[in-house]
Design a protein around this ligand. Structure first.
Ligand SMILES: C[C@](O)(CO)[C@H](O)COP(=O)(O)OP(=O)(O)OC[C@H]1O[C@@H](n2ccc(N)nc2=O)[C@H](O)[C@@H]1O
Ligand SMILES: Nc1ncnc2c1ncn2[C@@H]1O[C@H](COP(=O)(O)OP(=O)(O)OP(=O)(O)O)[C@@H](O)[C@H]1O
Length: 281
């Protein structure tokens, strides 16, 4: 049996760091939305062994999150893995778009579905957080507020339709390095509490964008400030670095405005540009 699964990218519309755990992981409150662009994972169970291939050769190893997710699923379910995996990467890597996390979630959901659901959603969620803090969000696959280290996922109903342009400058940024350089004294409880104002219940998200990690990523990569300016000048109502970056996204009033801005930004040769929309719940 063969299954094709779409693994969406994400943006963080809001990210406030609230603390740090003894193991070094940060506690946060973040609002994420999956996007209409992403990777594609094919799982073919008509195989005698486990094999993994990827269109990006440097990602085709045992440490790929797809392989790690598959092995974790196999251990938890007790089902021996004989499947061929093919991952088509369409979005930039180490970009703040959650690529590897989404691929891992797609693998868990895909394997579970191909084998008649041996693991409950709670069991899948427990596997997910061990693979990465963003993986539980991708299991849910809808706009959500996530807390804890990202594993407490609360879905946001009636999320508005948002149109985005993403711009990635073409170099990777390590999530670990950005978190390490974050100083907890920068955390402002007032900002954290703003999430209670619930822009998803009417306010405009474009005016609400916030990311505590942006301060660190902008300091490490000052050129991103110019990219933010270019996105705002292209007609975005708001603009932010997603997650730990370096991808910057703009929020536009509609699809046409986003497509026009994407064309304009492409002509400026600042990096990889994509227009997309947020996926609803
Ligand atoms: C930046 C975000 O993408 C925002 O959604 C996530 O918080 C990161 O999620 P992720 O990439 O799935 O993170 P992981 O793969 O679990 O962790 C990568 C590294 O980031 C740091 N990390 C991650 C998540 C978190 N809540 N606190 C952290 O301090 C840890 O040093 C960890 O070693
Ligand atoms: N399937 C995968 N796709 C992308 N990167 C992967 C994958 N599996 C393992 N990796 C490794 O994970 C690292 C982080 O890549 P990823 O694209 O997930 O980062 P990210 O988009 O910044 O994630 P996040 O937004 O969750 O912090 C890469 O440097 C890569 O070596």
């Amino acid at each position: 049996m063969k299954l094709d699964i779409f693994a969406p990218a994400k943006v963080n519309l809001f990210l406030s760091i609230t603390g740090k755990r003894a193991d070094g992981y940060h506690e946060l409150v973040t609002v994420m939305q999956p996007l209409s662009i992403g990777d594609n994972l094919t799982i073919d169970t008509d195989s005698k062994e486990l094999s993994f291939a990827c269109n990006q050769k440097e990602l085709a190893g045992e440490d790929n999150l797809v392989v790690r997710a598959a092995r974790a699923w196999s251990r938890a379910s007790g089902i021996k893995l004989t499947a061929r995996f093919y991952l088509q990467k369409n979005t930039p890597v180490a970009a703040g778009l959650g690529g590897g996390s989404s691929d891992a979630a797609a693998c868990l959901v895909g394997l579970n579905s191909l084998h008649n659901m041996p693991l409950s959603s709670q069991e899948l969620a427990a596997l997910a957080v061990k693979l990465g803090a963003d993986v539980p969000f991708f299991l849910a696959g809808a706009p959500a507020i996530c807390s804890g280290i990202g594993e407490k996922v609360s879905l946001l109903a009636d999320f508005p339709e948002l149109h985005y342009v993403l711009l990635n400058p073409g170099y990777p940024v390590s999530t670990q390095v950005i978190y390490k350089k974050y100083d907890l004294s920068w955390t402002k409880p007032k900002i954290r509490n703003r999430i209670g104002l619930s822009p998803h219940k009417g306010q405009s998200w474009a005016n609400f964008l916030f990311n505590d990690l942006e301060r660190v990523t902008l300091k490490e990569h000052p050129g991103l400030a110019d990219i933010k300016q270019a996105i705002l000048a292209s007609g975005a109502r708001g603009c932010l670095i997603s997650g730990s970056g370096p991808t910057v996204f703009g929020v536009y009033p509609g699809k046409e405005e986003a497509c026009r801005a994407a064309n304009r930004l492409r002509e400026m040769n600042l990096g990889w540009v994509a227009a997309c929309k947020g996926l609803p719940g």
